[in-house]
Design a binder for this molecule. Structure first.
Ligand SMILES: [Zn+2]
Length: 236
């Protein structure tokens, strides 16, 4: 009796451990939809920038993107949208897509449902005020996707938009490493994770300015996350 109880306990522990592991790998989510890339043979790629708005780096990025005629997706943090509302407005005006990256950028793990709901709603409301369309995509802070958050996103019919190319620009010392990593990893339908927020983002601005012409030379076009997702769904 004792033995089978111990075995059951062990099995549960292993299950729990495996589950935690799964929840932390980037390709698994139990509930709701999660996207790390889009399956397509078309040479399209989405550049995404997290953790802003963060002037002057977000503004410098906008200049670079405009210079190449590229629209990107910015997963912004709600309280920074309030703080830097003009930069957020400019992003919207220039035709970039704004995504919801929570209100405070806290880890949404073991967080009460009501707090998660607030984190999502507050930022959605701010973005709607700026004129974002009714469907605003979400990217979980730190990419987290354990049970509660994905379950809530599924209720809200939101997709958790993650990435399949992560050059870790936030810790890169030079633009070279970022450019090299992206050029090595990118494939049709890729979602590239970059950061306009979190301090001095000169490396990201420079890497973007060099990446775009390289990718264009290889025949890539740039799309927003919504455009990329529409391609997946076979929409026009
Ligand atoms: Zn983030």
């Amino acid at each position: 009796m004792m033995t089978s109880f111990a075995l059951l306990l062990l099995a549960l522990l292993l299950l729990g451990f495996g589950f935690k592991k799964l929840a932390e790998t980037s390709k698994f989510q139990l509930f709701g939809e999660m996207v790390t890339q889009v399956n397509t043979e078309e040479k399209v790629v989405a550049l995404t920038y997290d953790d802003g708005p963060n002037p002057p780096y977000t503004n410098r990025l906008m200049e670079v993107l405009e210079q190449f005629g590229v629209k990107a997706t910015f997963f912004v943090i709600g309280h920074l949208v309030e703080e830097h509302s003009q930069t957020a407005k400019d992003l919207q005006l220039q035709g970039h897509e704004l995504g919801n990256h929570s209100y405070s950028h806290r880890r949404l793990v073991s967080t009460p449902k009501a707090v998660i709901a607030d984190e999502i709603h507050q930022t959605d409301q701010l973005l709607q005020k700026l004129g974002s369309p009714s469907i605003i995509h979400f990217r979980a802070p730190y990419g987290y996707k354990r049970i509660r958050l994905p379950w809530m996103l599924a209720q809200l019919k939101k997709i958790n938009v993650l990435w399949n190319v992560d050059p870790r620009d936030y810790q890169a010392e030079s633009a070279d490493a970022v450019v090299e990593h992206v050029l090595e990893q990118v494939k049709p339908g890729s979602i590239v994770l970059l950061h306009d927020g979190g301090g001095d983002r000169s490396v990201t601005v420079e890497a973007t300015a060099r990446l775009i012409p390289h990718l264009q030379q290889r025949g890539y076009r740039f799309q927003t996350v919504s455009e990329l997702l529409a391609l997946q769904a076979g929409l026009p």
